[in-house]
Design a protein around this ligand. Sequence first.
Ligand code: ADP
Ligand code: MG
Length: 256
Amino acid sequence: MPASEGHISITNVSKFFGRHKALDNVSLEIPPGTVTVILGPSGSGKSTLLRTINHLERVDEGFIQIDGDYIGYRRKGDKLYELKEREILRQRVNVGYVFQNFNLFPHLTVLENLIEAPVAHRKLSRKAAIERAWELLDVVGLRDKADAWSRHLSGGQQQRIAIARALALRPRVMLFDEPTSALDPELVGEVLDVIKKLARSGTTLVVVTHEIGFAREVADQVVFMVDGKIVEQGSSDAVLNRPAHARTRQFLSKVL
Ligand code: ADP
Ligand code: MG
């Protein structure tokens, strides 16, 4: 059954930092329930693109919608008005975000890390949040760590809990910014396995990663960025096996 929630639509988005154009007229459709992998050299605008999807960066041109809602804005007639901070925070609950450096609360246990946000943002009862937390521990395979201090977990386990924590708010889409880059090589697989499981469950995923094997296996769409622009996009087979652009071929020859 096709997913009905989590359609991301990026339309002619540009973003400047001073005079530097970090995003240059980017347009991208991410259908609900699909996996998009974003590739590109350092500084090409991958993180900036993810951050604009969550309105952590404000776009200078263009707009982004999730299921028709303008991110950070409300439309009136043919004009967009920026939302108030409180409304932005409410909107952000729909977007799960996992960073390179799992930012768990070190002074909380694993279970407490998972119930904090739902109780604060979704106004869930503590009991309902705890039930949800146990479900999520099953998803990431860490039921036995519920009472551990998060700082005592391995990097891979911490990142799996960070994923569970992002899922606790029942987001419509999940964004991953190099989720395995900070991990020792032997811990990468367990984190990718959790992301693959989410992919199979029909959650809309956008993943910035250099893990080409992962892209081949799960990506419905691969996007290659250089200098703030999308230079190539298509199926993983097309982009990874038959790249049209020299810049893509050059990049792939380095990461493969
Ligand atoms: P990537 O994630 O692909 O490595 P980024 O999106 O982090 O690239 O950065 C794209 C460009 O924008 C880089 O040149 C970077 O230096 C610049 N940039 C990113 N964030 C900021 C910021 N907050 N202030 C100024 N420049 C920034
Ligand atoms: Mg980045």
